[in-house]
Design a protein around this ligand. Structure first.
Ligand code: UT7
Length: 323
């Protein structure tokens, strides 16, 4: 048995901050941000747009797309590094919002690799016949963890959520490669913060995301092609047989570098970070949903999804599009 993706959905906040707005907040420019990252705009959560709200809307859209009722969902895994609270979990919040009364729910933290690891975890459950249906969600309100005075990070990130519904089927393709390297964890960090306590005391910079951008960049451009090569070796596929590579949308230069290393055309590497920035665990499912809804994906196409980020963690998974 394997889990087939039978529906996708996404939801992003209404408010959009363009590069010009950030140029009014820190010493940067639209030109620098576009050239160095590929980001033009990002959606920023406000008011009622919590992580759980964005996640639930993405989940509702994915269920509609799959033609599935919430009661049919047996497993919900939410990947997030920016939950609204420590407990209850974001996945239980999603369950409550959408009425998935029969689901077992838990969250998973693998930062920007979170959606990929949620997909792999759901596949393990469906593959063993433990559950027949799963809803996986990547959702973030990174704007709460962004230091808006730090130009080296604030230009990159955005808020949003993406979701996919999986149904167990007798046949299909799925394979995965995953890695973690805790020794290098210090290059991308964010110390836990009790929000209410925090609001009462002075700003503590370690409770916002801190990144050694150059080190993370070097890690991504070397490890992502390695993971993809390992996956191709494992599945005995040639790189030419892959129709699309959906990479975590961290930086357009990273995607271009990976395409070059694999000697593949950029047409196989769709990007959308110009609109959303880096939405961590939400970036791959938002991209997948954009492609699904635009009709770009054809049945039988082989797609490699690859995530990388804090931990450090990274991996690549192969799916066959059959929706
Ligand atoms: O999702 C998790 C994974 N995260 C990532 O994959 C992020 C990976 N890293 C990156 O995407 C890039 O390293 C950044 C976009 C964060 C930075 O780009 P960079 O080309 O590595 O820039 P840099 O840090 O080497 O800085 C180059 C210059 C520096 O000035 P000097 O020392 O050369 O005078 C920086 O101070 O650019 C300066 N700089 C900026 N200038 C204008 C850094 N940030 C900015 C800015 N605007 N926002």
């Amino acid at each position: 048995m394997i889990g087939k993706i039978c529906g996708t959905g996404s939801c992003v906040p209404v408010e959009v901050w363009d590069n010009q707005k950030l140029a009014g907040m820190v010493e940067t420019s639209d030109e620098w941000i576009r050239e160095r990252t590929g980001v033009d705009r990002r959606h920023i959560a406000g008011g009622e747009e919590t992580t759980a709200y964005l996640a639930s809307q993405a989940a509702i859209n994915a269920l509609e797309n799959a033609g599935m009722k919430p009661e049919e969902v047996e497993l919900i895994i939410a990947a997030t590094i920016s939950p609204d609270q420590i407990m209850p979990s974001t996945s239980c919040e999603i369950q409550k919002h959408i009425g998935a009364v029969n689901a077992t729910c838990f969250d998973l933290n693998a930062a920007c690799t979170g959606f990929l690891f949620a997909l792999n975890t759901a596949q393990a459950y469906l593959g063993q016949g433990v559950y027949k249906t799963a809803l996986i969600v990547g959702a973030e309100t990174l704007s709460n963890l962004t230091n808006w005075q730090d130009r080296s990070t604030c230009i990159l990130f955005g808020d949003g959520a993406g979701a996919a519904v999986l149904r167990a089927e007798d046949e299909g393709i799925f394979a995965q490669v995953t890695h973690s390297d805790g020794e290098k964890g210090g290059v991308l960090t964010c110390t836990s913060r009790n929000r209410i306590a925090y609001e009462k005391c002075a700003a503590a910079p370690e409770t916002y995301m801190q990144m050694d951008g150059k080190e993370v960049f070097k890690f991504a451009v070397s490890k992502v092609p390695e993971a993809i090569d390992e996956l191709l070796e494992k599945t005995q596929l040639d790189v030419q047989q892959i129709d699309y590579f959906l990479l975590h949308q961290a930086n357009e230069r990273i995607v271009r570098s990976v395409a070059k290393r694999l000697k593949q055309s950029m047409e196989k590497f769709p990007i959308n970070m110009e609109e959303y920035g880096n939405t961590s665990s939400a970036s791959i499912p938002i991209l997948l949903d954009n492609l699904n809804r635009s009709g770009a994906l054809k049945s039988g196409e082989k797609i490699i999804l690859s995530g990388f980020g804090a931990g450090l963690s990274y991996g690549a998974s192969l799916i066959e599009w059959k929706k």
